[in-house]
Design a protein around this ligand. Structure first.
Ligand SMILES: NC(=O)c1ccc[n+]([C@@H]2O[C@H](COP(=O)([O-])OP(=O)(O)OC[C@H]3O[C@@H](n4cnc5c(N)ncnc54)[C@H](OP(=O)(O)O)[C@@H]3O)[C@@H](O)[C@H]2O)c1
Length: 532
């Protein structure tokens, strides 16, 4: 085993830390290399996946910390965040220790990678406002709570005197490994400690601390372990702690852990500033436009909403579930109206379109994205008819009076390559047939509504893979089928939701002012017909 140890960003007892790593390597016949932030980031990209069997992070990136000054979050440079998330999605074992939990506070997705976040300053996380986190030193028992997990193999409960945290931990999303059994005691707040000032006003309060101090989880397709217990020399020299660290490194580098993480793949979400960082070389003239997107809470619809927001649109978004929409609205900021709507309900669709136009003071863009999918079942034809075709028909009927008042009105419907291709994954079901009807109707509307100044186009994606989507499930459940499809795509991979979103955004924008009744295929060359 060869692992990379990363430090930097927070003080580390270098002698004790190096002695621990040397001890582990001597005992297990391993080797390690040491890199310091920010130079360590050179190693944290997808091209280096597998160079190290595991990465051990005892660092604190993304936070400028100096006693006497306010802790200042520093967002990751776009290429740093992109490379890290690609590395995680490719599958690289990571073990994080102690204050690594405070890393990249300006990157919400990083807290999801680690399973919680230690806040040096008040911040919001998962849509909730948090005070700065707390710390205290105590003599406590570290209790193993998953004796049969490989990380805990051969480790019993052990006593130590070190630092405990009071901060948000996503306990229900992680596999608990270690808990702190500590006598009661008060936590001290971090912000004023760093600043060296006394708090004015009401006393510091924080929701009760979690007793979890060690857990396993997945991030992208990577197995991840976080071990908090402490950072003092006694802890780093403690045989039980060392064994935990060594076991964690061994587990995250094992085939079993990679297989587990792949089955529990999670999305590594880039900071919006990174998603939006690309230079604009073409002005799509969407700033201030009012756009409605259906099925916007995940997958392709969500990516379309993000892309339109990036271009400066005010948004009206719907899906059946309200919560993910509200969370997205909070993340996007700006004007975002959300409503829980089932688009197969005729009245609800018309109501949503009118409410959206009222809330946004008009409508310029309508994206019909919902599909009932391709599952077979007794009611599937009716479901597809209502959710794929009739929802689009009714949405257009309800939207036309509003769109007529826009000087750049556009409708985009989402099709699929299955509507005009007969090879797998296409099969004889309602999905392909009703999507073909959507393409046909959109083309007709493109001609019929042109004189009203409303353009109508479709975007037909090929197989698009995103965490939690249909292809992600096939990747796990039927890997040989997934691989067979991937092998047929000339670009060599399945598409990303953002790649569809960009095509939709272009057709929705005034930059596509002479495009109507177009079906733009976004499939990496998957379908072989000549597009004319
Ligand atoms: N993914 C692909 O590979 C692929 C390929 C070709 C075409 N497409 C097309 O792209 C579009 C989006 O696909 P996707 O894979 O991103 O889908 P998805 O992951 O299943 O997401 C569907 C979205 O629509 C919402 N939704 C589902 N039924 C709804 C209903 N009756 N009323 C209102 N909202 C509803 C869902 O939220 P709730 O569950 O909360 O309602 C969710 O926000 C679909 O038209 C699909 O046919 C996808």
């Amino acid at each position: 085993m060869r692992f990379l140890a990363v430090t930097g960003g927070h003080r580390v007892d270098r002698d004790a830390f190096t002695a621990m790593l040397a001890g582990i390597c001597a005992e297990r016949g391993w080797v390690f290399q040491h890199a310091v932030q920010p130079a360590a980031q050179d190693w944290l990209g997808p091209e280096h996946r597998g160079v190290f069997d595991a990465v051990l992070c005892y660092d604190l990136p993304g936070l400028a910390l100096r006693r006497g000054t306010a802790p200042r979050p520093v967002p990751p440079a776009p290429f740093v965040a992109r490379r890290l998330s690609e590395l995680l999605d490719a599958g690289q074992g990571f073990v994080f220790l102690h204050h690594a939990l405070a890393g990249w506070p300006a990157w919400p997705g990083w807290a999801e990678v680690l399973g919680g976040r230690y806040h040096y300053a008040p911040a919001s996380l998962r849509g909730r406002d948090w005070p700065d986190s707390g710390f205290r030193y105590a003599r406590y028992t570290a209790r193993i709570c998953a004796a049969d997990h490989p990380v805990c193999a051969g480790v019993g409960d052990f006593e130590l005197s070190d630092e405990l945290y009071c901060c948000p931990v996503f306990s229900s999303d992680v596999v608990p490994l270690l808990r702190a059994d500590a006598p009661p005691g008060a936590f001290r707040e971090t912000y004023h400690e760093v600043l060296g000032t006394e708090r004015n006003g009401p006393a510091w309060e924080h929701p009760a601390a979690s007793d979890l101090i060690g857990w396993a989880k997945s991030a992208g397709r990577s197995p991840v372990v976080y071990l908090q217990p402490g950072d003092g020399p006694d802890t780093l020299g403690h045989p039980a702690y060392r064994r935990l660290v060594a076991n964690a490194l061994e587990w995250v580098s094992s085939a079993a852990a990679h297989e587990w993480a792949s089955r529990h793949r999670t999305q590594v979400t880039l900071p919006l500033s990174v998603v939006w960082e690309r230079n604009q070389v073409m002005d799509l003239q969407l700033t201030g436009r009012k756009a409605l997107v259906t099925g916007a809470s995940r997958g392709i619809g969500r990516a379309i909403a993000v892309e339109l927001a990036r271009e400066g649109c005010d948004l009206a978004l719907c899906a059946r579930g309200a919560e993910p929409l509200e969370a997205l609205a909070k993340e996007l900021g700006g004007t975002v109206y959300t409503q829980a709507v089932d688009v197969s309900d005729e009245q609800a669709v018309a109501g949503f379109v009118d409410a959206a136009a009222e809330q946004l003071s008009g409508l310029d863009v309508v994206v019909s994205n919902v599909s009932a999918g391709g599952l077979k079942g007794p009611d599937q034809w009716r479901l597809s008819f209502e959710a794929d075709l009739m929802a689009f028909v009714r949405m257009v009927e309800a939207a036309v009076p509003h769109l007529e008042r826009s000087d750049a009105a556009a409708i985009v419907a989402i099709g699929t390559t299955s509507a005009f291709d007969t090879l797998p994954p296409t099969s004889a079901n309602s999905y392909a047939a009703l999507k073909a009807a959507v393409l046909e109707h959109a083309s007709g509307l493109g001609h019929a509504l042109a004189r009203k100044g409303i353009r109508v186009n479709t975007v037909s994606p090929g197989p698009i893979d995103f965490p939690g989507g249909a292809w992600d499930k096939l990747h796990e459940g039927r890997p040989e089928f997934y691989e067979g499809i991937r092998a047929r795509i000339p670009i060599g991979r399945l598409g990303h939701a953002e790649e569809v979103a960009r095509a939709v955004t272009f057709l929705a924008s005034p930059a596509a002012s002479f495009c109507t009744a177009v079906n733009l295929v976004v499939d990496g060359g998957f379908t072989s017909r000549v597009q004319f």
